[in-house]
Design a protein around this ligand. Structure first.
Ligand code: GLY
Length: 347
């Protein structure tokens, strides 16, 4: 649905075609002749339904195994063959009442299970907000070419969207493109976006409900928020539940951080793991490094058997920041820097 919508309304996304017949799909891949080619099962496949074919042979094999051999059952009886895009990924959640769209502060997810973006895809192993790759100019371009056109497209289709719309974007050398939409907040993006909100979320929801979002002032704090996800060993494949956790107080918190409980259970005064992604350890600071240091310090205080977390959350974001901003430790220094250099660090 979303790919068709984007095509119809000229919203930038990876070029694609949908197939239910392997011969047609193979013909298309051969005509395009650009590799890697992205071959996706249309249905749900536990995050495994995407194959990056490096050459024609791999593409043909992938198409046969998905459509003809039903590698993912009915989920791969329809496939999408898509152009391969490169560039930093950005998540932009937005509020919309169907007329006005207000992007929230940008964020960066880390979707792979292991450091260096290796391992399997997960729901997200950590986030930082704002995302330093998402500059003011890019934000403007996204508003003109993606956010407003999407809201208008939904109206034109008679399916006005109201609520929180998540734009999963890639900043390609040919401009920002949509990877996916989610009709919900992101996880773990929300953990770092909402603490940066200046204002009352309930008032925003009421304004959306009453179609007067344009009248509400929505602001964002300066500085950064970071979230490091602590997962159960084996996630996202097979993992144990019911493992006792140590290091948190009786509210499940650690000093200096805010800990979201994603998969825990509280019994007889003790916390136990109860899911794949267990905790989101979240901290604010005026610098990205400061927030990361606080998140990792809190993570180091929490222990459970088999715990797994990525040690490189925020490293890519740090590389995108101006070098002279990295040593700013104090609120005043950061505010002076922002004053002198525009809102770059805040956007
Ligand atoms: N973190 C990605 C998502 O919420 O879909």
């Amino acid at each position: 649905f979303s790919k068709d919508l984007m095509k119809k309304y000229n919203i930038p996304t990876a070029k694609y075609e949908v197939f239910t017949n392997s011969e047609d799909a193979i013909k298309y891949v051969k005509e395009q002749n650009t590799y890697p080619a992205v071959i996706k099962a249309d249905g749900l496949a536990l995050g495994k339904g995407v194959i990056l074919a490096e050459n024609e042979k791999e593409a043909v094999e992938a198409i046969h195994s998905m459509i003809d051999d039903k590698q993912f059952g009915e989920s791969s009886s329809t496939i999408v063959v898509e152009e391969y895009l490169t560039g930093p990924e950005v998540s932009v959640l937005s509020f919309t009442d169907g007329k006005t769209v207000v992007p929230m502060i940008s964020s960066m997810d880390h979707k792979r299970a292991l450091d260096g973006d290796k391992g399997l895809n997960t729901g997200g192993m950590g986030t930082v907000a704002p995302n330093p790759y998402y500059t003011e100019d890019i934000a403007k371009e996204c508003m003109e070419k993606i956010f407003l056109p999407t809201i208008n497209a939904m109206n034109a289709e008679g399916r006005t969207f109201e609520g929180c719309l998540y734009f999963g974007l890639m900043l390609t050398p040919n401009g920002p493109k949509v990877i996916e939409y989610n009709c919900r907040f992101g996880d773990p993006e929300t953990q770092v976006v909402l603490p940066m909100l200046e204002g009352d979320l309930c008032e925003i929801f009421e304004a959306i409900y009453e179609h007067r979002l344009a009248d509400v002032k929505i602001g964002w704090k300066s500085g950064y928020c970071t979230c490091v996800v602590m997962a159960s060993g084996g996630y996202p494949v097979k993992y144990k539940k019911g493992i006792e956790m140590f290091g948190m107080d009786d509210k499940g918190q650690v000093d200096g951080a805010f800990i979201y409980h994603a998969g825990t259970k509280y019994e007889d005064g003790k916390f136990y793991t109860n899911g794949g992604r267990v905790l989101g350890v979240t901290c604010n600071a005026y610098t990205l490094q400061g927030a990361l240091d606080k998140s990792y310090e809190a993570v180091s205080k929490i222990k459970f058997e088999g715990e797994h977390f990525r040690k490189d959350i925020g490293q890519k974001a740090l590389k995108a920041l101006p070098k002279d901003s990295l040593d700013l430790e104090y609120k005043q220094d950061m505010e002076d820097y922002i004053e002198e250099n525009g809102v770059y660090l805040r956007q």
